[in-house]
Design a protein. Sequence first.
Lengths: 98, 144
Amino acid sequence: MAKVCFVPGSGTLAAYLSGEIDHHAAQSLRCEIDAQIDARLPELLTLDFSGVTFMDSSGVGLILGRSRHIAALGGRLTVQNPPAAVRRMLDLARVTYA
Amino acid sequence: MKMQNQVKITFASRSVNEGFARAALAAFLVQLDPTVPQLADLKTAVSEAVTNCIVHAYPDAIGPVTMTAALYEGGIVRITISDRGVGIPDIAKAMEPMYTTGDPSERAGLGFAVMQSFMDKVRVSSTPGRGTRVTLTKRLEARD
């Protein structure tokens, strides 16, 4: 079961992800994050993975899909705080993170 | 190579069962006392294989997915994920990184690349119209 909590700022939106991100969870996370992007039109969306306990390549698809979505609206996306297991997946997919 | 234990589970190709497959595998592997990274590797590879069944094998229907996990002497784990779905016409193409027949804006096309990276050996056999079988093998190094 994955969850996402949002913290909006001035021109920014942080999405704090937690739980297990697989293809099943990614479907609802995608809808929740896209709804926030569309409502707030942030210049910078930060996806924080510090609370994620499992992630397969569906999580990579979630990141790439959100990156394309926000780029089409003139914004950009960053990824931060991935735990070790998530870092391995991101490294494999060549997704950069802070 | 002598088999020490085996479990076989069949479940519906519903996405909620991706987590079930991982949890069932983890419960079976408790007897090996795997490390956290070892268990993460196995769960990730299984999650990719099961997701492939759900997304690609049965694109417009629900069908059976069977997971067999077997333990052999020497800490060898062999997991087979099989379906009776549409099959893969070109296995070599399907296994290319970034290749996907799913929604390219939401699928990374990394499923087989992840399986190959996280396991020692990945074997795929498929017959179009009959289904696909993915066999994942990994030897778990004993703890120090």
